[in-house]
Design a protein around this ligand. Structure first.
Ligand SMILES: [Zn+2]
Ligand SMILES: [Zn+2]
Length: 102
């Protein structure tokens, strides 16, 4: 049985990937931009979600902060050194997230 889907303006592309840092398999839900276990991400976006960045370096979580009811993680790309911020996902590793808060 197929669930009826309402066509939306936004198209999300679920991507499953294997984390290159810790090797865990991540089932993407279309918003997943980092590993929920080690919180590493990849430098794949120029604008959030566009996946058009050619760098593809690993993004290391360096710092996290809590603002307006949600966590944000600061990243630094290990390849090109760019810094980015991403919102933490609900299934992210809370212990690791909290350890980045200071
Ligand atoms: Zn990982
Ligand atoms: Zn990069």
């Amino acid at each position: 049985m197929v669930e009826p889907r309402v066509p939306g303006r936004f198209r999300k592309t679920p991507e499953n990937f294997t984390c290159e840092n810790c090797g865990v398999s991540v089932a993407g839900n279309g918003y997943t931009d980092h590993c929920p276990k080690c919180l590493y991400g990849r430098h794949v976006d120029i604008m959030p979600g566009d996946r058009s960045e050619k760098c593809r370096g690993m993004m290391k979580p360096v710092h996290a902060f809590y603002k307006d009811g949600s966590y944000t993680i600061s990243y630094r790309c290990l390849k090109c050194g760019i810094e980015r911020r991403f919102k933490a996902a609900p299934d992210d590793n809370t212990e690791l997230l909290l350890s980045l808060l200071k």
